[in-house]
Each structure stands twice: as structure tokens, then as C-alpha cells.
Design a protein around this ligand. Structure first.
Ligand code: FPP
Length: 254
């Protein structure tokens, strides 16, 4: 009879080794935190941290394709980030616009499909246009989805879904979890399997709060600009060692 003593104790997550043949998280969400601290540690302005962070997206995206991740959602700008000093907000807006201009050809050539989650109507019209163009141009690509959460808030997303459901006149008794999911910003994406937060905090900060219900959460003290290929593999290795039960119990405990 299997009992508590017959179970192999879990090895420490720090020892987890990435298995390329093991289960790969289909959708990974990343809270790219620590750009400011990365810069401060080097005596550089915060803007330099955001620039380094932007560069790092490409490195992690390439490694994600290599590993077999199908969707990467990155938290680029939250609905709360407008409260940062105007200089920093302007810099982040410029970085996003510049990244689209400089990277779009290459992302497209590499089969990256770009999506956006968030309230696009609240951003500068020329940036809106650039983002819509990037989405449209890459819509048939299928090597990986890069979903950019930009002017994104999880609560705002749920509020927007409720508004849409009401506008469509769906009666309350027909509102199910499935209906809510279908009215989120990216209804066709699967829920995230793994949420990575760099920079050492242990919170979701309004990121994918509906979709993350059963996601595995991984936090690392590494600042986002330093989160390289090996760090991504480490996060996936830890995911591979987790026991996902989705609210159920293990077979051995029945
Ligand atoms: C958190 O670091 C990071 C952000 C608020 C923005 C993340 C944005 C980028 C990496 C670049 C723009 C995105 C694209 C898609 C080109 P922080 O400033 O909170 O760092 P700190 O906690 O160390 O101060």
C-alpha cells in the first residue's frame, strides 16, 4: 500500500536539470522586473536598464523557440506604469516604437507572430498604428507567438471582458468561465503554464490574473537584463519538476 514513507522526497528545485525531452510549458508569461536595479548596480540611468531589458527580449525569445515554447507573453507596460515619472514613461514608449521599427522585419522572417494584450486605444495614435501593423503583418507566422502585454492590467482586462459580454447581451445564466475566457484580449491563446518573475519579488502585479489560475509561478532574483538562455532553461527545469494537480489529488492518494 503506498503510504507517505514510500514517496520519493522531491529534490530541491535548485537541483532541477532541464530535460529537452521532458514536458515543455506551451505558454510562458514573463514579468520582466529589475531593469532599474540592474542599471543602478552599474551606476547607469534607469533608461539604460530598460534598453538592456529590451535587448534581452530577443535573446529569451530565440531560446524559447529553441526549447519549443509556443507562446511567450511579456509584461512590457502595465496600466499602473503611467504613474512613473513622465521621462521614464516617454522612454518606454519610444523603446517599444523603436523595437517595432528595428526588429519587425527580422521577427517576421523568423516566423514570430506578434499579438498585443491591453488597452491600445489609450496609447499614442502613431504607436497604435505601429502595433496594429506588426500584428497584421505577422498574423500568419507560427514559429512562436510573442504576446506583448502593453498598457495591460489583469483587472482592466476582466472589466473589459464584462463590458463586452454585457454589450453582446449575453444573459447572466449563460455566463460561464469559458465565456469570460473567450472575451479576454487574446481569447485564442491557451492559459499560461509557467509565469516567470525576475527581480526577486513574489507577486503577480496584475499580470494575467484570470489566466494564471493554475500556472506554476517561478521567481528568481536575477534582474531581467541578466536573465539569459541558461536562466530560462533553469526556470523550465523547475517547471518540469513541479507536480501540477489542477485542484485534484494524486492517483496514489485515491
Ligand atoms: C520593470 O523594471 C520593467 C518594466 C516596468 C518595463 C519592462 C519593459 C521593457 C523590458 C522594455 C520595453 C518593452 C518592449 C516590448 C520593447 P523596473 O523598472 O520596475 O525595475 P526595478 O524594479 O529594478 O526598478
Amino acid at each position: 500500500m503506498p503510504g507517505i514513507f514510500s514517496r520519493t522526497p522531491k529534490s530541491s528545485e535548485a537541483d532541477a536539470i532541464f530535460d529537452p525531452q521532458g514536458v515543455i510549458p506551451g505558454h510562458v508569461g514573463i514579468i520582466m522586473d529589475g531593469n532599474g536595479r540592474w542599471a543602478r548596480a552599474r551606476g547607469l540611468p534607469r533608461a539604460a536598464g530598460h534598453r538592456a531589458g529590451t535587448k534581452n527580449i530577443r535573446r529569451v525569445l530565440t531560446e524559447s523557440v529553441e526549447i519549443g515554447i509556443k507562446v511567450l507573453t511579456i509584461y512590457a507596460f502595465s496600466t499602473e506604469n503611467w504613474a512613473r515619472p513622465k521621462d521614464e514613461v516617454d522612454h518606454l514608449m519610444r523603446l517599444i516604437s523603436q523595437s517595432i521599427q528595428e526588429q519587425l522585419d527580422d521577427l517576421d522572417a523568423n516566423g514570430v507572430r506578434i499579438l498585443h494584450s491591453g488597452r491600445l486605444e489609450e496609447v499614442n495614435p502613431s504607436l497604435q498604428k505601429e502595433i496594429r501593423h506588426a500584428i497584421d503583418r505577422t498574423r500568419h507566422n507560427d514559429s512562436i507567438v510573442l504576446n506583448v502585454a502593453f498598457n495591460y492590467g489583469g483587472r482592466a482586462e476582466i472589466v473589459d471582458a464584462i463590458k463586452e459580454i454585457m454589450r453582446e447581451g449575453i444573459p447572466p445564466e449563460e455566463v460561464t468561465e469559458e465565456v469570460v475566457s473567450q472575451h479576454l484580449y487574446t481569447p485564442d491563446l491557451p492559459d499560461p503554464d509557467l509565469i516567470i518573475r525576475t527581480g526577486g519579488e513574489f507577486r503577480l502585479s496584475n499580470f494575467l490574473i484570470w489566466q494564471a489560475a493554475y500556472a506554476e509561478f517561478y521567481s528568481t532574483p536575477v534582474y531581467w537584463p541578466d536573465f539569459d538562455e541558461a536562466e530560462l532553461r533553469k526556470a523550465v527545469a523547475v517547471f518540469q519538476h513541479r507536480d501540477r494537480r489542477f485542484g485534484k489529488i494524486e492517483d496514489t492518494e485515491r
